[in-house]
Design a protein around this ligand. Sequence first.
Ligand code: PLP
Length: 363
Amino acid sequence: MTELTFTRTEAQRLPAAEREAILADPGFGNYFTDHMVSIVWTKQDGWQHAEVLPYGPIPMDPASSVLHYGQEIFEGMKAYRRADGSIVAFRPDENAKRLNDSARRLALPEIPVDLFVEAVRELIAADAAWVPSGADQSLYLRPFMIADENFLGVRAAERARFMVIASPAGPYFKGGVKPVSIWLSQEYARAGRGGTGAAKCGGNYAASLLPQNEAAENGCQQVLFTDSATDDTIDELGGMNLFLVRADGTLLTPELNGNILAGITRKSLIQLAKDRGLAVEERALTVSEWRAGVADGSITEAFACGTAAVITPIGQLKSPDFSIDFGEAAPGPITLSLREELTGIQFGALDDKHGWLEVMVEA
Ligand SMILES: *Cc1c(COP(=O)(O)O)cnc(C)c1O
């Protein structure tokens, strides 16, 4: 444990009846809980002022460095209410470690893993009433860090703020898991050698929005980015990692080459596949290989994965020149059964044999 103690300000923004109405159909990212966590860092004094505050606007100077040079990183994670009333979080240490990986790349301060997990625990405890209990519902947590020094010189800020906010989340796919079409971005890349592709930073998302619009104009829900050096080697989607499945059950996924985000869902699925005795190849993967594999029947499934949707089956990859189609074969059986297994562990229906769940609030 850390020596920082949290000061708590109790607040209930919304009457219980209003909260319950939101929890009946929260959607994703629309509503926020009663509280937020804030911890300040200065180069001189380190982490200080750990607080659980009423949710609301934060004071910020127009010269704050984050507004000008984009020093911002974030995490996305979920907490689940179990049948006995307890609340668990999925692999929170992994999120803490990844935030620190991002912090190093963006020249922001690292936060002790204990303090990160404690901050998440404090917020969940304060807002336990906001953790929904319906089917496929969870509390989505958004830890993030911003540079917050009032200074326009270009250098790493000497003041930063770490915050955690939370938002109740409903099932990502209403009415069953549906395959999506994805657009192969040929003009735009999200990462390149030595860039920030492996960091979870806001700037990567800003750069993905124009190609995301292009995808929507072409009837696709997501974008697939390839390596800007080859235009063929697969990186990932705008916010999800990619897997292909071979007819023999082997999983193929791009290796962590510095261009892609090290997804915790990706890592967990690789473990579950290996537990089943499936082979997993983490290596360079190309669109050409995907195309040839579907044509000759050796590649039978494709899916994307990330915390928000867990697993999204891919039905089609579209580009101006060609398309790869799984048609009626999507979603495939391995895609669906891995999804069922991971969500089963997260919601407590299946044994948590790897100890991925950490109790945040006791029953
Ligand atoms: C967050 C994120 C993912 C998924 O990571 P999870 O830990 O599985 O949620 C994948 N790609 C990008 C670019 C991301 O930002």
